[in-house]
Design a protein around this ligand. Structure first.
Ligand code: SF4
Length: 418
C-alpha cells in the first residue's frame, strides 16, 4: 500500500498490502492484475480521504489515518489513455459530507520493486495518445502557425486554446496532422450527466474541468478543418462530440451540411459522431450525407442506472436504443463508449443486459474507458446496491468476446478507411 503525507510525499507502507474497490467491496489485489504505472499517468493525493490497506497475515482490511502521529492521505492513479482500470483505489472519507472529488478516474495504485503498479490493462494498442508521442515544441509551432493562417475560422481558434491551454490530446493530434481530429460544435446539451466535465449545476457538484464551446461553428468553418485533416492525414478520423462541448446531435442540421461539404470534396477518411444518441430522428439525414460511424456513450446498459446518471431532458433510454438500431440497420459502424466502473460494469446483470442489446442490434466495438468520477459520490447518487455477482472487468470483457467473437474492444475511434 502507498499513502501520502500532508507535505505531499508518497510512501510505501512496510506492513500492509494495497487494496482495490469494486463497488462497495474493498478487496486485496492479485499481483496478476497489476501492470507498471503507464507512462503519462498522474498520481493524485486525495484530500480528507484515508488509505485502506490489506493485512495479509490476519486477512483483514485496515484504515490508516495516522502514522507516527502525522495524518495520512490516500493515493490514486489517473492512468493514461488506452488503459482500462480493473480496480478503484481503496480509501474511505474522513467524514460523510465531503465535496466530491474532481472528475477523474481514481485507480488503485501500489508500490513494489522500486516502482508504482496499478490495477489495469492496456486496452488499445493504438498509440495516438501515448504520452511520449507528443512533441510539444512541434505542437506549439504548428498550432501558432495554423492560428495565423486561419484567423477567420473560429473553430480553429477554439482548438488552438484546447491545444495550447488545455493540452487536449485530440486537438494536439489535429495540429500534428495525425490520427483523430476533434470537431466540437454544440454549446447546449439535453442531458445533465452527473459526471459532465463541461457543465455542472448542482450545489454538491464536482468542479468542471473543461470550458464549453460558446458558439455553433458554421458548416464552412467545420468542413474547412475537417478537410485539412481528411485530405492530408492517412487513415484520418474526424469526430463530432468532444469534452469541450454539449451534445452535437442538437446541431444535426449544421453537422449534416458540414458532412455534405466534406464528402463533396473527398471520399477519404472516417467521419464519426460521439454522442448521447438521444435524437434518433436526426440520424438518417446525417447517414445520407456521409456519416460513417457513431460512438454512443453509456455509464450502464441498464435503464435505471442510465437515467439516474444522464438525467435526460426530453428524451429517454429507448431513444438511445433506437439510434443504435438505426445506425446498424444503415450498415454504419457503431461503438459504445462504456464508462468502466468496477462493481457496476462487471456486474453479471450488466453483462446479460448489454449482451441482449448486442444480440438485438449488432455492435462493432466497445471502447472500455474509465469512468472519471468520485466513486463514493457516484454510487450514492445512483443509489447503487451491491449486486448478486461481479465478474471482474477482465472477465466481463472475456465473456463478451466469447459470446460475440466479431465484437472488438478498444479505447479509440478506429479509422474505417484510408
Ligand atoms: S451528454 Fe455530454 S455534454 Fe451532455 S451532460 Fe452528458 S457529458 Fe455533458
Amino acid at each position: 500500500m502507498v499513502y501520502a503525507t500532508k507535505e505531499g510525499n508518497i510512501i510505501e507502507h512496510n506492513r500492509l498490502r494495497m487494496t482495490q474497490r469494486c463497488g462497495e467491496d474493498i478487496l486485496s489485489v492479485n499481483p496478476e492484475d497489476l501492470i507498471p504505472l503507464p507512462e503519462g499517468s498522474e498520481l493524485f493525493i486525495l484530500p480528507d480521504r484515508y488509505p485502506l490497506g490489506y493485512d495479509i497475515n490476519h486477512n483483514k482490511i485496515e484504515t490508516i489515518n495516522k502514522i507516527k502521529g502525522k495524518e495520512t492521505f490516500a493515493v490514486a492513479a489517473f492512468i493514461s489513455p488506452a488503459h482500462t482500470q480493473t480496480g478503484i483505489a481503496g480509501f474511505i472519507p474522513k467524514q460523510d459530507d465531503l465535496k466530491p472529488l474532481p472528475l477523474f478516474a481514481y485507480t488503485a495504485v501500489g508500490w513494489i520493486n522500486d516502482r508504482f503498479w496499478v490495477t489495469a490493462f492496456r486496452s488499445d494498442k493504438d498509440k495516438r495518445q501515448d504520452f511520449k508521442g507528443f512533441d510539444l515544441k512541434k505542437v506549439k509551432k504548428n498550432t501558432v502557425e495554423a492560428l495565423k493562417i486561419y484567423p477567420e475560422n473560429r473553430l480553429i481558434q477554439h482548438l488552438g486554446k484546447c491545444s495550447l491551454q488545455y493540452g487536449c490530446p485530440a486537438a494536439k493530434n489535429f495540429f500534428l496532422k495525425r490520427y483523430e481530429a476533434p470537431l466540437p460544435t454544440s454549446p447546449q446539451c439535453n442531458a445533465r450527466c452527473l459526471g459532465c466535465i463541461s457543465n455542472q449545476d448542482d450545489i454538491d457538484s464536482p468542479p468542471i474541468s473543461q470550458e464549453r464551446i460558446k458558439f455553433v461553428p458554421s458548416p464552412e468553418e467545420i468542413s474547412e478543418i475537417a478537410l485539412l485533416h481528411l485530405t492530408n492525414v492517412n487513415k484520418a478520423v474526424v469526430s463530432f462530440g468532444q469534452g469541450c462541448e454539449g451534445e452535437p446531435i442538437l446541431q444535426a442540421d449544421t453537422l449534416e451540411k458540414s458532412i455534405r461539404l466534406m464528402r463533396k470534396n473527398t471520399p477519404k477518411g472516417t467521419i464519426n459522431l460521439n454522442s448521447n444518441a438521444s435524437l434518433p430522428e436526426k440520424l438518417n439525414n446525417m447517414i445520407d450525407s456521409g456519416l460513417d460511424s457513431m460512438r454512443i456513450s453509456l455509464n450502464s446498459s441498464r435503464e435505471e442506472f442510465y437515467t439516474k446518471y444522464y438525467r435526460p431532458k426530453g428524451y429517454a433510454f429507448s431513444d438511445v436504443l433506437r439510434s443504435w438500431d438505426i445506425m446498424k440497420t444503415a450498415g454504419r459502424f457503431v461503438s459504445l463508449n462504456l464508462f468502466v466502473f468496477p462493481g457496476i460494469t462487471d456486474d453479471e446483470e450488466e453483462l446479460n443486459v448489454i449482451s441482449g442489446f448486442i444480440e438485438k442490434f449488432g455492435l462493432d466495438l466497445i471502447q472500455i474507458r474509465n469512468h472519471n468520477i468520485d466513486p463514493l459520490w457516484y454510487m450514492k447518487k445512483i443509489a447503487y446496491k451491491k449486486p448478486e455477482k461481479t465478474l471482474g472487468v477482465k472477465n466481463f470483457v472475456r465473456i463478451l468476446k466469447e459470446r460475440f467473437p466479431a465484437l472488438r474492444f478498444g479505447y479509440f475511434n478506429p479509422p474505417l478507411r484510408d
